[in-house]
Structures are given as structure tokens and as C-alpha cells.
Ligand binder design. Structure first.
Ligand SMILES: *[C@@H]1O[C@H](CO)[C@@H](O)[C@H](O)[C@H]1NC(C)=O
Ligand SMILES: *[C@@H]1O[C@H](CO)[C@@H](O)[C@H](O)[C@H]1NC(C)=O
Ligand SMILES: *[C@@H]1O[C@H](CO)[C@@H](O)[C@H](O)[C@H]1NC(C)=O
Ligand SMILES: *[C@@H]1O[C@H](CO)[C@@H](O)[C@H](O)[C@H]1NC(C)=O
Length: 505
């Protein structure tokens, strides 16, 4: 069997294991015989199996001090800081029964950002190491453990609930949700990092993470491929703000080719780590937001779906339509979940700059083409990004096209744009094509990060010409752009300043 086939087989087995359909229906298995309506159970610590370690800046990678529910002296022993914020990290399903390498990384990043904070790691490794459906069912018990723990901790210290932030990854996101549901005060914030999909996609709000579980619930979806009940990450929105980086399905740098290379160099033993690349990206995006906030804050944009986002039509920041990804997110709560999108790089810092390019293609000939490769170069006051490749799904005579481009460098204010039409290498087109071209008068670019809109016109003459395999068309910032903006401002002032106008509306 070739390496490729072996890989696919391994991935398949992994996903099968992960996705085996949840079959427990016996509520008693989950809840025992206690009734949930009474809150007495909250103070019964006898059945708590999870452990709660307060990690330190000095030793972020080991559980050296456990806070034990009911034992106030353990709070003092672990040097819990009652005036600082508290983060509770909840891991997900594990094949090895050990903490994964992201745990100390997240602990470190939280301490880097909030040096005096209390970063607590929930250890439910034993229950998380079972057959996936069993571990998935255990989220209810672990959620109860966490609810009891935080309720006791906060009550005994008279500690403000507003300082409590739960962060859960995969199954841990649902644990956080269940914990938030069961506490008698509201948890301030829950961050769901690619909440697990199998057995939760169609589950009710009580059994999975949902907006009711905290004052604010933000969610990153990074591995939502395939049919809903087979997707490793949950596909439906489960928070107040649900962000789908790169469409949420699959993350850059996690492709088969790259994974294959890693397998060749590090062996099949790391298979589960490699397969989880996209799933775990949610954590690294959050870490990025903690440590690279100064210059590399990623922005996400509200959009109905991935397809619209890829057309570049969602780069608006009006009325909370854009938000910061990760730690610094603005708490926007609407009745329905807000779905947001962005693109990222394949490594940290993940931030890219988003641009919508809108262009009208004129032609004498009636052309209608699909899947046309183009190449755009952007030049700005700080730098440039050349040869960004893009495939236009449709290129038709006398039609306007809008698409999204991204750059990983900050090019500043845009000054010049070049656009070339690549030869399609697959087909040997006849000479007929050489005589065919489009001409473009203007090109509009909107920058998501700065919200600037710039109109470009052909550098020479009224039109710039675009021919397949030919020289790129060159556009420069249009003077009429400024005039237009001034007019727009004047217009706005007129609209808002006149009471006469209001009456007629
Ligand atoms: C609940 O279960 C415990 C032990 O499993 C048992 O001692 C107790 O009587 C049960 N309580 C009720 C109300 O069934
Ligand atoms: C809980 O529910 C049971 C039956 O549903 C009821 O008899 C009991 O009074 C309730 N307890 C509280 C504290 O609401
Ligand atoms: C506890 O946290 C507060 C607020 O962040 C900080 O000012 C103080 O120095 C911390 N105390 C200790 C002992 O770290
Ligand atoms: C496209 O529009 C231009 C001007 O609006 C016109 O001259 C030209 O004939 C049109 N092309 C086709 C194929 O209809």
C-alpha cells in the first residue's frame, strides 16, 4: 500500500472513531438519580472526578497545585489571586490520555497577556480517553463538576462572576456550556474553540454549548467538513458570535501535501495530531489574539455565508458588522447568532488584510468564460504585494465582477493596482483568443481593515486592456475619487442635517 493510501485509510479510521454515532439513551448513566431542579446537588462534592489545577507562570506545563472543591485551604495553598481574572481551560477528547501540547501554550499565552490572572486547567483526562461516544456523554458529568467547582470557588471567595472566563476546546466547549447552564449565576464569558460536532450537531441547547450558557459566548469554527453528523467541528452557530475562519471548513497549511510531508518526517505515530491540524487551529488563532494583539489583530466580518464572503461583499464595519477575532472581541449580542468570516495566513501571526475588488469588464465581443485565472498586484504607501492569484468563477462581457483578495503584508494606503489575465495552461486555445480582450475603465477597491474605498482608473487612456497571457493592465488612484468622497460627505450632511428631509421620510 502506498503512503497516500495508508494516510487516507488512517484518516478514515480516525474520523470513523470520532464520529461513531452516539448511542447512550439512558439518562441515569449521565445524571444518576439526582434531580436537577434543586440546587442542593451543587454543594455535593463527593462525586466530583475532575481535577482543577491552578497553573503558574513559572510552570505552565504541569499540574502542581490542585484546588479541591470544599477545601478552602487549597485555594490559599495554590495562591489564587482574588483580585485578578480567572480563566478555566477545558480540554477535549484524547486518544493518548495525556494533555496535548496546546495546553501549556494556551496557559502561557494567557499569562503573557494577563500576568496576574488565575489560569486553571480542568483535568478530565480519564473520562476523555474513552471511546468517543462515551467521552461525549461524559461531558454532562464533567460540566456538572465544573459548575460545582466554580460555584463553590466564587461563593467562598465572594469573587465576581464577571471575572470568570471559561475556554473549552472540542468536547471541552460543550463541557463549558453545560457548566455555564448549571451554575446559579451567569458565567461572564465562554469561548468555544471548534466545539465538537459528532453527537452535538443536532443536540438541544441543554446538552451543548449555546448562547444561554454565559453573558457572552464566542465561538471559533475551524474544522467543519463533510455532512453535519460527520464533521469534527460543529457546523451550526452555538454562540452570540460564531466566527468561521477561512470558511470554517478547513485551514490553510493543513492540506494533505503538507500533512504528508510531516508524516514522512515525523512518522505515523503523530497521526492524530496531524489530522487535527484544522481542529486545533481554533486554539492557535485564540493564542495569536492574546500574544499578537498589538500589530496583528485579525478582523472578522459578518456575512451570511462563505460564498458571499469570497465575493468580497461583506467587508463592512458599519453597525458592528466587523469584529476582532479572539480575546479582544467586542461583545455584540443579537437575538440570533452572528456568523462572521475572515481569511488567515497558514501560520502565526495569522492576520491578513482583506480587499474587495470590483470591476466592470467591457468588450466588443460577447464572451462568456468560467474559471479564469487572474493575477493582481497591489501597491501602497507602506509596501506592495505582487502576483496575488485568483480564479474568477465567471468572466463575461459587460458584466461587473466582485471578488476578495488578501495580503499578508500591510501595504498601507493603496496607490496602484495591476491586473493580468493568465493563460490557462490546460487548454491550447486557438488564435481566436488572442484577438479577444476585455477593457476596463475603472476598478474599485475596498479595504476591510481600514474601511477605505478607492477608485482606480486606467493609468493611460480611458481604458486599460486585459488580454489573456498579455501585459497586465495598470490602474492608478483616481482624482475623481476624492471628489466623489467630498460629494458623498456633503450629501450625507444634507441628509442628516435637514429636518425637512426627515419629515418626508
Ligand atoms: C440514588 O442512588 C443512591 C445510590 O446509587 C441510593 O442510595 C439512593 O437511595 C437513590 N436515591 C433515590 C431517590 O432513588
Ligand atoms: C423538584 O421537582 C420535584 C418533582 O418534579 C418536586 O417535587 C420538587 O419540589 C422540586 N424541588 C424544587 C426545589 O423545586
Ligand atoms: C493580584 O492581581 C492584582 C490585579 O491584577 C495585582 O495588582 C496584584 O499584584 C496581584 N497579586 C499578586 C500577589 O500577584
Ligand atoms: C458592451 O457595452 C458596450 C458599451 O456599453 C457596447 O459598445 C458593446 O457593444 C457591448 N458589447 C456587447 C457584446 O454587447
Amino acid at each position: 500500500m502506498g503512503k497516500g493510501k495508508l494516510f487516507i485509510l488512517a484518516v478514515w479510521i480516525y474520523i470513523e472513531t470520532f464520529c461513531t454515532v452516539f448511542s447512550f439513551t439512558d439518562e441515569e448513566f449521565i445524571f444518576g438519580n439526582s434531580t436537577i431542579n434543586s440546587t442542593d446537588w451543587l454543594t455535593d462534592f463527593s462525586d466530583i472526578e475532575s481535577k482543577f489545577a491552578l497553573r503558574t507562570v513559572e510552570v505552565p506545563d504541569d499540574d502542581l497545585c490542585y484546588i479541591e472543591p470544599g477545601q478552602a485551604e487549597s485555594i490559599i495553598a495554590c495562591e489564587f489571586n482574588v483580585t485578578a481574572k480567572t480563566f478555566v481551560i477545558i480540554h477535549g477528547w484524547t486518544v493518548t490520555g495525556m494533555y496535548e501540547s496546546w495546553v501549556p501554550k494556551l496557559v502561557n499565552a494567557l499569562y503573557e497577556r494577563e500576568p496576574t490572572a488565575n489560569v486553571i486547567v480542568v483535568d478530565w483526562l480519564h473520562r476523555a480517553q474513552q471511546h468517543y461516544p462515551t467521552s461525549a456523554a461524559y461531558t454532562k458529568l464533567v460540566g456538572r463538576d465544573v459548575a460545582k467547582f466554580v460555584t463553590w470557588l466564587l461563593d467562598v471567595l465572594d469573587y465576581p462572576w464577571d471575572n470568570l472566563h471559561l475556554l473549552g476546546y472540542s468536547l471541552g466547549a460543550h463541557v463549558a456550556g453545560i457548566a455555564g447552564l448549571l451554575t446559579n449565576s451567569k458565567v461572564n464569558r465562554i469561548t468555544g474553540l471548534d466545539p465538537a460536532g459528532p453527537t452535538f450537531e443536532y443536540a438541544d441547547a441543554q446538552s451543548s454549548l449555546s448562547p444561554d450558557d454565559a453573558n457572552f459566548v464566542d465561538v471559533l469554527h475551524t474544522n467543519t467538513r463533510g455532512s453535519p453528523d460527520r464533521s469534527i467541528g460543529i457546523q451550526r452557530p452555538v454562540g452570540h458570535v460564531d466566527i468561521y475562519p477561512n470558511g470554517g471548513t478547513f485551514q490553510p497549511g493543513c492540506d494533505l501535501q503538507k500533512t504528508m510531508k510531516m508524516i514522512v518526517s515525523s512518522g505515523l505515530a503523530n497521526m492524530d495530531q496531524l489530522v487535527k491540524c484544522s481542529h486545533e487551529r481554533s486554539i492557535h488563532l485564540f493564542i495569536d489574539s492574546l500574544v499578537n494583539a498589538q500589530d496583528h489583530q485579525s478582523m472578522a466580518y459578518r456575512c451570511n455565508n462563505k460564498e458571499s464572503f469570497d465575493k468580497g461583499v461583506c467587508l463592512s464595519c458599519r453597525k458592528n458588522r466587523c469584529n476582532k477575532l479572539g480575546y479582544e472581541i467586542n461583545r455584540v449580542r443579537s437575538r440570533r447568532s452572528t456568523k462572521m468570516y475572515l481569511k488567515t495566513r497558514e501560520m502565526m501571526p495569522y492576520k491578513v488584510f482583506h480587499y474587495q475588488v470590483k470591476v466592470h469588464f467591457f468588450s466588443k465581443d460577447a464572451l462568456s468564460l468560467t474559471e479564469q485565472p487572474i493575477r493582481v498586484s497591489l501597491y501602497g504607501t507602506h509596501g506592495e504585494k505582487e502576483d496575488i492569484t485568483h480564479v474568477l468563477p465567471e468572466l463575461k462581457t459587460n458584466s461587473t465582477v466582485s471578488f476578495l483578495l488578501t495580503t499578508d503584508v500591510d501595504i498601507g494606503e493603496l496607490l496602484m493596482v495591476k491586473m493580468g489575465w493568465d493563460k490557462d495552461s490546460y487548454f491550447g486555445w486557438s488564435d481566436w483568443w488572442r484577438s479577444s480582450n476585455f477593457h476596463i475603465r475603472r476598478l474599485r477597491v475596498k479595504a476591510g481593515e481600514t474601511q477605505a474605498r478607492v477608485i482606480f482608473r486606467a493609468k493611460e487612456g480611458e481604458f486599460a486592456y486585459l488580454s489573456r497571457g498579455g501585459e497586465p493592465a495598470v490602474f492608478v488612484k483616481s482624482k475623481e475619487d476624492q471628489a466623489t468622497r467630498k460629494q458623498e460627505r456633503l450629501h450625507k450632511r444634507k441628509m442628516h442635517g435637514s429636518s425637512f428631509k426627515k419629515e418626508t421620510v
